[in-house]
Design a protein around this ligand. Structure first.
Ligand SMILES: [Zn+2]
Length: 225
């Protein structure tokens, strides 16, 4: 294990201190988290509102970091998604769980639902980063992870570089209810929210399948550049 994951920070290569895993405290600070629990949630909601209107805005939302397409957070997220650094998903999930447990917003959910990947994409990537996030959060919040309440039925290409209209079209009909019953109060989780097209589309399907409330939680929120 030491050869695969030597005990240095994956970003600055400095030796990790007591209790640090994969990313050192200094690098975590460099990610520039939102100043408060409410600020991150409000920023996420306002992005969804701007693109999809008031009706699409989730009742509750949490987000850790503003995201730019360069810099150390981008590097870490990229390593989590494509670089095979699976444990980073759980690590960010724990951070997100801590944020949610900090309070400021009432927490009352039945399950965490990670945004699913199409099964072919899952094979290609070998794991779903949203599921790893959900697992990291689950222990802290004390909620089950429901991976079979929602399915991705359309293989969509990468959304990166697409405008709002293209993202909307890409996502229309991308999800369907899964084999298991949908929990009533859902905490929907994904890594990055850009326009909200993916999560809004997933939430619509969950609601049609019986969810009465769908809150959003993401590690990062893309900043307008
Ligand atoms: Zn570091």
């Amino acid at each position: 294990m030491h050869l695969l994951f030597p005990e240095v920070c994956i970003l600055c290569q400095k030796p990790l201190g007591e209790g640090e895993e994969h990313i050192c405290a200094g690098c975590f600070n460099d990610f520039n988290p939102f100043p408060s629990v409410l600020a991150g949630g409000a920023a996420l909601k306002s992005t969804v509102r701007a693109h999809f209107g008031e009706k699409a805005v989730p009742a509750a939302a949490w987000c850790l970091y503003p995201y730019r397409s360069r810099g150390s957070l981008h590097e870490a997220m990229h390593a989590m998604k494509y670089g095979g650094l699976f444990p980073l998903g759980e690590l960010f999930g724990k951070r997100l769980g801590e944020l949610i447990c900090q309070g400021g917003v009432p927490v009352g959910f039945d399950a965490i639902v990670p945004v699913p990947l199409h099964h072919l994409k899952r094979i290609e990537r070998t794991y779903n980063q949203a599921e790893a996030l959900a697992r990291g959060m689950a222990g802290l919040i004390g909620l089950p992870v429901a991976t079979r309440s929602l399915e991705r039925c359309v293989y969509t290409g990468t959304q990166t570089g697409l405008g709002l209209e293209a993202r909307r079209e890409n996502m229309a009909g991308a999800f369907r209810p899964g084999r298991e019953r949908c929990p009533a109060r859902v905490l929907l989780v994904d890594d990055v929210l850009t326009t909200g097209a993916t999560m809004v589309s997933a939430a619509k399907v969950l609601k049609a399948a019986g969810a009465v409330e769908v809150a959003f939680a993401t590690v990062a929120l893309t900043e307008k550049e």
